[in-house]
Design a protein around this ligand. Structure first.
Ligand code: G3I
Length: 323
């Protein structure tokens, strides 16, 4: 299996995004491949609107389901996520809170969420939520800060407020900042590198950068490995956190072979960087991929098809870990 190939290559895991709706499905085959993965990321169930739908009221059922499933299958979990501009509850709106109030809201949310999994999970198992995407998607593609309730109220300080709170709640977790379009040289990657340098220089706990890697067929960046090496040189680890490679439908044999090569080149890049610790696909099966609803006419982005049949992409992943 792909996870065994990843571990043979010295990586911690090969995993997938998922949520309880996928493993409570009536489809028999769901469990077979999902259980063989080494790591799970809750796709939506730990987002702010799911975990603190009313201020100060925390609900962990969806996240607990993923963590419980992971425990029973000896899988790592990447916690996802603490602070993101999307999937926020309605009460967390722009212009409602003062600096002091929002500071406390971010501290409470990050501390309670990360603390919930630190306390519960490590007690019952050796397994644990081993890393957290504390900050998700803070930048615009031009490298400027995204205008959202956090930045608009707190400026850039929301990043260190969240990281400090997460670190206090789970001092053992690897704390990440995660984004897309930082997989190649450009203003967004530069902004992320400058942020990491600033945080490091100020002693803020930051351990990793997540490169999402939502790619288009035939357009895997040539400099993916170089970019990862540049992040690592700043004193952080990296992970590929949301990999998928979409194509214009219908899928042909030729496109699927190109996809295999693309998956292989992404995995090979991670393989060549010792501090690229693991790879997560943004769903292992096309059945649950976000792509068709977000990009009508595109899809087939995952390594298993919608009937859970391994595609050539799967062989590309194995070959990448063996490269
Ligand atoms: O939970 C509601 C449900 O109550 C409602 O009935 C249903 C009706 O549409 O919507 C449900 O919410 C959906 C949610 O997924 C949970 O299923 C949202 O509409 C839908 O927009 C949301 O899509 C997610 C998307 O992020 C936007 O938040 C995708 O599943 C998820 O794969 C995608 O993941 C993102 C990462 O978080 C960040 N990086 C990019 C990646 C792809 O966009």
């Amino acid at each position: 299996p792909a996870n065994a190939a990843a571990q043979a290559a010295g990586k911690l895991y090969f995993g997938s995004a998922t949520d309880a709706s996928e493993f409570t499905s009536s489809d028999y085959y769901y469990s077979y491949y999902l259980k063989q993965l080494g790591q799970l990321t809750p796709e939506n169930s730990m987002n702010w609107n799911a975990t603190e739908p009313e201020q100060g009221v925390f609900t962990f059922a969806g996240g607990d389901a993923v963590v419980g499933y992971a425990q029973s299958n000896s899988q790592l979990v990447r916690g996802y996520n603490c602070v993101w501009y999307n999937q926020l509850p309605n009460w967390l709106a722009n212009g409602v809170f003062t600096v002091a109030e929002l500071t406390e809201i971010v501290q409470t949310h990050c501390g309670t969420l990360v603390g919930h999994y630190e306390g519960q999970v490590q007690v019952v198992s050796d397994l644990f939520v081993h890393s957290w995407d504390v900050i998700n998607e803070p930048f615009n593609d031009d490298g400027t800060w995204r205008s959202d309730v956090f930045y608009n109220t707190l400026g850039t300080s929301f990043v260190s407020i969240a990281l400090e709170a997460a670190s206090a709640a789970d001092p053992n977790a690897k704390l990440y900042i995660n984004d897309y379009n930082i997989e190649f040289a450009g203003p967004k990657a530069t902004a992320m590198m400058e942020l990491i340098q600033t945080l490091k220089a100020s002693g803020v706990p930051i351990h990793g950068v997540g490169l999402q890697c939502h790619f288009v067929l035939g357009q895997v960046p040539d400099d993916l490995q170089t970019i990862m090496e540049q992040f690592v040189a700043l004193g952080v680890e990296v992970a590929i956190t949301e990999l998928d490679i979409r194509m214009t439908l219908p899928a042909t044999n030729e496109l699927l072979i190109q996809q295999k090569a693309d998956y292989q080149s992404v995995i090979s890049a991670c393989n060549a960087v010792p501090d690229c610790v693991g790879v997560t696909v943004w769903d292992y099966t096309d059945k649950y991929s976000w792509i068709p609803s977000a990009f009508p006419g595109q899809g087939e982005a995952c390594p298993w098809d919608s009937s859970y049949v391994q595609k050539p992409a799967y062989d590309g992943i194995i070959a990448g870990f063996q490269s």
